[in-house]
Design a protein around this ligand. Structure first.
Ligand code: T46
Length: 136
Protein backbone atom coordinates (compact mmCIF):
# COMPACT_ATOMS: atom_id res chain seq x y z
CA UNK A 1 0.00 0.00 0.00
CA UNK A 2 1.10 3.56 -0.58
CA UNK A 3 0.34 6.55 1.59
CA UNK A 4 -2.42 6.10 4.13
CA UNK A 5 -5.15 8.70 4.50
CA UNK A 6 -6.90 9.06 7.85
CA UNK A 7 -10.66 8.78 8.39
CA UNK A 8 -12.24 12.17 9.02
CA UNK A 9 -15.47 13.59 10.34
CA UNK A 10 -17.38 16.04 8.16
CA UNK A 11 -20.34 18.22 9.03
CA UNK A 12 -23.43 17.92 6.82
CA UNK A 13 -25.38 21.18 6.74
CA UNK A 14 -28.97 20.57 7.83
CA UNK A 15 -31.86 22.94 7.37
CA UNK A 16 -34.58 22.36 9.93
CA UNK A 17 -37.99 23.96 10.01
CA UNK A 18 -41.39 22.95 11.39
CA UNK A 19 -41.80 20.62 8.40
CA UNK A 20 -38.67 18.60 9.17
CA UNK A 21 -34.96 18.51 8.38
CA UNK A 22 -33.23 18.68 5.01
CA UNK A 23 -29.58 17.58 4.98
CA UNK A 24 -27.16 18.45 2.19
CA UNK A 25 -24.14 16.48 0.92
CA UNK A 26 -22.40 18.67 -1.61
CA UNK A 27 -18.96 19.88 -2.61
CA UNK A 28 -15.36 18.66 -2.35
CA UNK A 29 -14.95 19.71 1.30
CA UNK A 30 -17.59 17.13 2.26
CA UNK A 31 -17.10 14.60 -0.52
CA UNK A 32 -13.45 14.24 -1.58
CA UNK A 33 -14.46 11.84 -4.41
CA UNK A 34 -17.00 11.57 -7.20
CA UNK A 35 -20.01 9.50 -6.14
CA UNK A 36 -20.67 6.48 -8.37
CA UNK A 37 -23.03 4.61 -6.05
CA UNK A 38 -25.23 5.13 -3.00
CA UNK A 39 -26.75 2.45 -0.81
CA UNK A 40 -28.42 2.17 2.55
CA UNK A 41 -28.90 -0.52 5.17
CA UNK A 42 -31.92 -0.54 7.45
CA UNK A 43 -34.07 -2.94 9.48
CA UNK A 44 -30.97 -4.24 11.23
CA UNK A 45 -31.84 -6.72 14.01
CA UNK A 46 -30.63 -5.77 17.50
CA UNK A 47 -27.17 -7.12 18.25
CA UNK A 48 -26.14 -7.47 14.60
CA UNK A 49 -22.60 -6.81 13.48
CA UNK A 50 -22.16 -5.78 9.84
CA UNK A 51 -19.08 -4.99 7.80
CA UNK A 52 -16.12 -7.12 8.90
CA UNK A 53 -14.23 -6.44 5.71
CA UNK A 54 -11.94 -3.86 4.11
CA UNK A 55 -11.92 -2.20 0.72
CA UNK A 56 -8.72 -1.94 -1.30
CA UNK A 57 -9.68 1.11 -3.36
CA UNK A 58 -13.19 2.21 -2.46
CA UNK A 59 -13.73 5.55 -0.74
CA UNK A 60 -16.94 6.09 1.19
CA UNK A 61 -18.93 8.62 3.13
CA UNK A 62 -20.93 6.89 5.89
CA UNK A 63 -23.55 8.43 8.16
CA UNK A 64 -26.79 7.78 10.04
CA UNK A 65 -29.70 9.81 8.60
CA UNK A 66 -31.82 8.07 11.24
CA UNK A 67 -30.99 6.34 14.52
CA UNK A 68 -27.45 5.46 15.56
CA UNK A 69 -24.67 2.90 15.25
CA UNK A 70 -20.94 2.53 15.93
CA UNK A 71 -18.44 2.51 13.07
CA UNK A 72 -15.06 1.07 14.01
CA UNK A 73 -12.22 1.46 11.52
CA UNK A 74 -9.00 -0.51 11.88
CA UNK A 75 -5.85 0.23 9.86
CA UNK A 76 -4.19 -2.97 11.11
CA UNK A 77 -2.51 -1.13 13.98
CA UNK A 78 -4.87 1.55 15.29
CA UNK A 79 -8.63 1.70 15.84
CA UNK A 80 -10.73 4.74 14.97
CA UNK A 81 -14.12 4.57 16.66
CA UNK A 82 -17.13 6.70 15.77
CA UNK A 83 -20.62 6.78 17.26
CA UNK A 84 -22.83 7.98 14.41
CA UNK A 85 -25.97 9.42 15.95
CA UNK A 86 -26.66 12.65 14.13
CA UNK A 87 -27.79 13.27 10.56
CA UNK A 88 -25.36 16.19 10.44
CA UNK A 89 -22.16 14.18 11.02
CA UNK A 90 -20.55 11.78 8.51
CA UNK A 91 -17.28 9.87 8.33
CA UNK A 92 -15.11 9.92 5.21
CA UNK A 93 -13.60 6.42 5.02
CA UNK A 94 -10.44 6.20 2.90
CA UNK A 95 -9.39 2.90 1.27
CA UNK A 96 -7.61 0.28 3.35
CA UNK A 97 -9.61 0.18 6.59
CA UNK A 98 -11.19 -2.90 8.11
CA UNK A 99 -14.66 -1.78 9.24
CA UNK A 100 -17.10 -3.08 11.79
CA UNK A 101 -20.59 -1.64 12.25
CA UNK A 102 -22.44 -2.51 15.45
CA UNK A 103 -24.76 -1.30 18.26
CA UNK A 104 -27.48 -0.35 15.80
CA UNK A 105 -30.57 1.30 17.25
CA UNK A 106 -33.85 -0.20 16.02
CA UNK A 107 -34.50 2.85 13.81
CA UNK A 108 -30.93 3.01 12.43
CA UNK A 109 -30.30 3.68 8.76
CA UNK A 110 -26.72 3.37 7.51
CA UNK A 111 -26.31 5.53 4.41
CA UNK A 112 -23.24 5.11 2.25
CA UNK A 113 -22.00 7.17 -0.70
CA UNK A 114 -19.24 5.38 -2.57
CA UNK A 115 -16.59 6.24 -5.15
CA UNK A 116 -17.10 3.14 -7.32
CA UNK A 117 -19.66 0.63 -8.48
CA UNK A 118 -20.08 -2.61 -6.53
CA UNK A 119 -17.07 -4.87 -7.11
CA UNK A 120 -16.56 -7.93 -4.92
CA UNK A 121 -12.88 -8.08 -5.96
CA UNK A 122 -12.33 -4.81 -4.06
CA UNK A 123 -13.30 -6.51 -0.78
CA UNK A 124 -10.96 -8.25 1.67
CA UNK A 125 -13.23 -10.37 3.88
CA UNK A 126 -10.54 -12.25 5.83
CA UNK A 127 -8.78 -10.34 8.64
CA UNK A 128 -5.45 -12.15 8.32
CA UNK A 129 -5.49 -11.50 4.57
CA UNK A 130 -6.14 -7.83 5.37
CA UNK A 131 -3.12 -7.67 7.69
CA UNK A 132 -0.94 -9.35 5.06
CA UNK A 133 -2.17 -6.94 2.39
CA UNK A 134 -1.38 -3.93 4.64
CA UNK A 135 2.31 -4.87 4.93
CA UNK A 136 2.76 -5.75 1.25
C1 T46 B 1 -19.50 -1.34 3.57
C2 T46 B 1 -20.56 -1.39 4.61
C3 T46 B 1 -20.69 -0.12 5.38
C4 T46 B 1 -24.50 -5.65 -3.67
O1 T46 B 1 -24.96 -6.51 -4.45
N1 T46 B 1 -24.31 -4.38 -4.11
C5 T46 B 1 -23.81 -3.40 -3.29
O2 T46 B 1 -23.63 -2.24 -3.74
C6 T46 B 1 -23.48 -3.75 -1.93
C7 T46 B 1 -22.93 -2.69 -0.99
C8 T46 B 1 -23.68 -5.03 -1.52
N2 T46 B 1 -24.19 -5.96 -2.38
C9 T46 B 1 -24.46 -7.34 -1.87
C10 T46 B 1 -23.24 -8.12 -1.43
C11 T46 B 1 -23.80 -9.03 -0.36
O3 T46 B 1 -24.34 -10.19 -0.96
O4 T46 B 1 -25.27 -7.19 -0.72
C12 T46 B 1 -24.96 -8.21 0.22
C13 T46 B 1 -24.63 -7.58 1.57
O5 T46 B 1 -23.38 -6.91 1.44
P1 T46 B 1 -22.31 -6.94 2.62
O6 T46 B 1 -22.34 -8.23 3.33
O7 T46 B 1 -21.00 -6.47 2.07
O8 T46 B 1 -22.94 -5.83 3.61
P2 T46 B 1 -22.24 -5.07 4.82
O9 T46 B 1 -23.30 -4.36 5.55
O10 T46 B 1 -21.34 -5.96 5.60
O11 T46 B 1 -21.28 -4.00 4.10
C14 T46 B 1 -21.82 -2.94 3.31
C15 T46 B 1 -20.97 -2.73 2.07
O12 T46 B 1 -20.81 -3.96 1.34
C16 T46 B 1 -19.60 -2.23 2.39
O13 T46 B 1 -19.06 -1.63 1.24
O14 T46 B 1 -18.51 -0.67 3.73
O15 T46 B 1 -21.83 -1.76 4.09
Amino acid sequence: MGMQFLPSLVHLPCISDPLGTLGVIEGPSILPFDVKRAYFIQGIPAGSVRGSHAHKELQQLIFAPSGSFDLILDDGVKLFEFRLESQSVAVVVPPGYWRTLQNFSSDAVCMVLASAMYDESDYIRDYQEFLNWKIE
